[in-house]
Design a protein around this ligand. Sequence first.
Ligand code: NAP
Ligand code: ZN
Ligand code: ZN
Length: 348
Amino acid sequence: MTSAKGYAALNVQSPLAPFNFARRDPGATEIVVEILYCGVCHSDLHSVRNEWKDSIYPMVPGHEIVGRVVAAGRAVTGFKVGGIAAIGVIVDSCRQCAKCRAGEENYCEKIPVLTYNGIDLVDGTVTKGGYANNYVVDERFAYHVPENLNLAAVAPLLCAGITTYSPLRRWKAGPGKKVGIVGLGGLGHMGLKFGHSLGAHVVQFTTSLKKRDDAIRLGADEVVHSTDKDAMKAHTNSFDFILDTVSAPHSLDPYTALLKSDAVMTVVGLPETFPVVDMTILINKRASLAGSMIGGVPETQEMLDYCGQHNITCDVEVIPIQEINEAFERMLRQDVKYRFVIDMSSLS
Ligand code: NAP
Ligand code: ZN
Ligand code: ZN
C-alpha cells in the first residue's frame, strides 16, 4: 500500500479536515502521481454536502489534478518517472462498451469510475480524490500537459476546461456563430475563453454586474446582466448555441427563448434540482435542450493540446489546503476569480 494524506469530509456536516489513508500499490500499467496542484470544482462542494444524494464518507474530493510521476508499473509506456501527468474526473471505465471503444469513456454504458466517490474496479474500494498528496491511476486515464503552460493554471482544465470545450466543439462554435455562456464561474470563464478562441461571437450572461469588465477581458463580445429583462429580450431568437454552467437552481426558459430556430442549448451545470422546462418555447422553433458531461480521454488530451497551442489556461487563485473551507464559502458567494487551485506543497 502507498500511504496518502489529504483533506476529507467525514460526514455531510463536517468541514474538510486532515485525513490519512492508503492507496493500493500501482499495477503494471499504473502510475503513482505526486500531486502538485488540484483545482476546486463546484462539484466538490455539491459532493461534500451530499447535494446529489450519492455521497460516500469519508470523502476526499478533487478531480482537477496535475502532478509529477514518482513511480510507474513495469508495463507503463507513456509516462516516465519525473515527468508531469494530469488526472481528470474519471479514472477508469469498462473499456469494452461501444462508448469506451469510441473514446467516450465519460459515457461508458457501465458508468465510468469517478476520481472520487466512485468504486475502484481493481479492489472495490471507494475512490479518493486529489485533495491529497498522491494518486494511483492507469496511464490510460492520465494526460500529458503541454510544457509551455503554468501547472497551477492547467489543473482546472481537467474538469472546467474539458466540460466546456467538448460541447462547444460538438455544436460547432466558431466564426459566424453567436454563442452564449451562462454563468461566469470556473466552467463559465473557460467556456468564454474557448468560445472566443474558436472565433465565435460570444455573449456572457451573468448575475454579477461586477464581473462585466472581467468578462470583456476574458473574451466576451457582449455582456448581459441576466436579471435585466429588457437586456435579455433584445437577444430573443438570435443564438446558435448557449452553454449553461450555473451551479444553482434557476429557470432555463429565459435562455431557450433566446435560441434561433433549430439551435441548441446545452446544460452542464448540475444544481441540486432542475426546474420544469417550458417545452413550447423549444417546440415553436424546433430547438433542442441538451446535456453534456466532461469529455472522453482522447478529447481531453486534444483540449490540453489545443490549450498549449493557443496558450490558454485558467485564471486561478492559488491557496494552501488549510484555506479550503473558506474557499468553498467564497465559491458559494460567487467570489472567486475564477478558480481556486490548491498548492499541495501546503500539505507537508
Ligand atoms: P462556480 O465556479 O461556482 O460557478 C457557477 C456560476 O454560476 C457562478 O459563478 C455564477 O455566475 C452562477 N450562479 C451561481 N449561483 C447562481 C444563482 N443562484 N443564479 C444564477 N446564477 C448563479 O461553479 P463551477 O465549478 O463552474 O461549476 C458549475 C456547475 O457545473 C456546478 O453545478 C458543477 O457541479 C457543474 N459541473 C458539471 C460538469 C459536467 O460534466 N456536466 C463538470 C463540472 C462541473 P455569475 O456570477 O456570472 O452569475
Ligand atoms: Zn469538476
Ligand atoms: Zn464502457
